[in-house]
Design a protein. Sequence first.
Length: 384
Amino acid sequence: MWRMAGDGMTDGTTRRTMLGAMGATLAFPMAAGHARTARGAPTLIVGTYAREGGKGLYPIAGNGDRWRVGTPVDGIADASFGIGGGPGGTWYLVREQAQGEVSAYAPGWVRRATVSSGGADPCHVALDRQSACLAVANYSSGSVAFFPLDRQTGAPASPSVFRHADADSFASAGKDHERQEAPHAHWVGFSPDRRWLHAVDLGADAIFAYRFDPVARSVAPPVLAWRAPAGAGPRHMARHPRQPLAYVVCELSNALHTLDARKDGMFVGRHRLSTLPAGHRGASQAAHIAIDRAGRRIYVSNRGHDSIAVFALDAAGVPSLIQHVASGGHWPRVFALLDDERQLVVGNERSGTLAVFRIAADGRLAPTGETLSVPGVVFLGRPG
């Protein structure tokens, strides 16, 4: 039913490249866990897409009241995601192109290695730091690559690659024939108990579960863990910090699904809410999702409606909508939820701007009026 795929991919431009979707890097020029400058100010890095005017990775520094855009770090173009905290402080950046790449960087952006991502248009990365294992979601090829890492240098070894098209369950592809003509892996993440690697697939309307062995540093071929409604297009997932719950944002149906996360790696649907206001009829695509550290609020961005939806979580973890607020620009692809600063910074891709919001005690957002210009912004964040 499944076959192990090789590293090679065919040349040419993919649908994802043609659509101009994702193309930036999250990375930080400091070790993971140190998201502030020496003076104590919070720091973000904004990844940008070159053909939309981005010049590389932009550092953004704040002093509690205002943020400032620094000089971009060039030489790392058209990357779609990244993660830090690997062996020796290594960062991993994936380059979104038909022949996908993942690069390992030492502190100071010294490139240690570049290898194939095992697919086309890599768009998300997950790292199990204790076992030194890396997973990559390849969007256009609908595949997931799993890399054991060198424990000293952080360099990726040869990956195991799995294509979701090899699953019998893919027979029920979604309703959107342009976006769901094939599997499209969009997110990967290791479970809190470190027993599973999960992959969210927009094209397959599914979440797949890979049994993860952190001692052997291996994964088993995936099985279907949750089937989304046909045409939903699940994009990203967030875990509740204390309860066995997961929240999946669906790009095509603009829906937020609450799932019970079982110990066997499976998910059971519990609750569904729209991310858009009642009666909204315009085109929109849900994008980013984040949950606050206290497990009391969930935030979701809506591209097209150009808003952030805020949901309150009750004691059982069930969300209810409490606010829609304009994103402060066009096409809010991503945002950074800053619990300590009580701020949320939104990256509006098509307007090339960052908009800063205050987070009130009840979790609602209020615009500060501060807008920064960062052309081609498609990703931002900070080390955890």
